[in-house]
Each structure stands twice: as structure tokens, then as C-alpha cells.
Design a protein around this ligand. Structure first.
Ligand code: TYD
Length: 138
């Protein structure tokens, strides 16, 4: 599945900690957009979509949350529980974010501007696209 958990390098001393994020270095693409998700209410699941071509990189700068990642064949759950946990997600991965702590700030970097046309919001449509991709690969 086209995702990876990346342990970010912490720079620390007696004063505290710092993590630096750099385009095409620890963030593995050109950054065109940054957004953050916060104030998520208890029990809420967010996301529930895939992207046709967008790549993203997510970090919980505060608090924690979990991601369900699904490539149409298998599903995996990963937790972002520390500001040094980075999650890269490639295109055509269905994602759902859940179990947000009340203090969670989920920071997301993307390689494209916001474009609603680029979203796949129906799970059935996502499955159809994956099936078509597999048939073309044979
Ligand atoms: P949405 O995709 O529904 O987020 P989530 O699934 O995490 O709840 O986005 C929430 C709102 O923010 C929606 O009105 C679209 C808007 N939005 C932007 O304007 N720009 C962006 O880059 C993103 C990601 C969302």
C-alpha cells in the first residue's frame, strides 16, 4: 500500500524540542497547500475519501488520532501519537481519521491546491476505480 510512517528527526536540547519540515526532503514532494484539522468532536470520523492524484503528509502536532488506510484490497490502521510521527499517503488510498483526542491538531501538507474534482467521495466509486486499475495492469 502506498503509505509510509516516517519518524521525523527531533532537534532538542535543554530548552525543548523542534522538528523541521522541508519540501522534497523529509516531506517527499513539492508543497502547494497546508491545512490543519482541529476541534474534532468526540466520536467523529473525518476524511472518508480518496484522492485521484493528490499526495499528502500528515502529522499530529498536538494530541493524537488514528487513520484507517485502505487501498481497495487491504485495510490498515495507523496511529499518529507524537509530533515526530509523520505519515505519507499516496494517491488512491481511502482514508478515515478517527479516535481524535480533544487536543488533536492534525497538520496536513499536500502537493496540490484544493480541488473538489480530484476527490473520490463514494467508496463504491473508489472500488470501481481500483478494479479498473487492476484490470489494466494485467
Ligand atoms: P472536509 O474535506 O470535509 O474535511 P474532513 O473530512 O476532515 O472533515 O473539509 C471540511 C471543509 O473545509 C469543507 O467545507 C471543505 C473545506 N476545505 C477547504 O476549503 N480547503 C481545503 O484544503 C480542505 C482540505 C478543505
Amino acid at each position: 500500500m502506498d503509505y509510509s510512517l516516517i519518524k521525523l528527526k527531533e532537534h532538542g536540547d535543554k530548552k525543548g524540542l523542534l522538528i523541521s519540515l522541508e519540501e522534497n526532503r523529509n516531506i517527499p514532494f513539492e508543497i502547494k497547500r497546508v491545512f490543519y484539522i482541529y476541534g474534532t468532536l468526540d466520536g467523529v470520523t473525518r476524511g472518508k475519501h480518496a484522492h485521484k492524484s493528490l499526495k499528502q503528509f500528515a502529522i499530529c502536532t498536538s494530541g493524537k488520532c488514528k487513520f484507517l488506510l485502505d487501498d481497495g484490497i487491504k485495510k490498515e490502521i495507523v496511529e499518529l501519537a507524537s509530533p515526530d510521527d509523520g505519515l505519507y499517503i499516496g494517491n488512491l488510498i481511502w482514508r478515515e481519521m478517527f479516535d481524535f483526542s480533544s487536543d488533536c491538531v492534525l497538520l496536513v501538507f499536500a502537493n496540490e491546491y484544493y480541488d473538489t474534482e480530484e476527490y473520490i467521495k463514494s467508496y463504491d466509486e473508489f472500488k470501481r476505480i481500483i478494479l479498473k486499475k487492476e484490470q489494466l495492469a494485467v
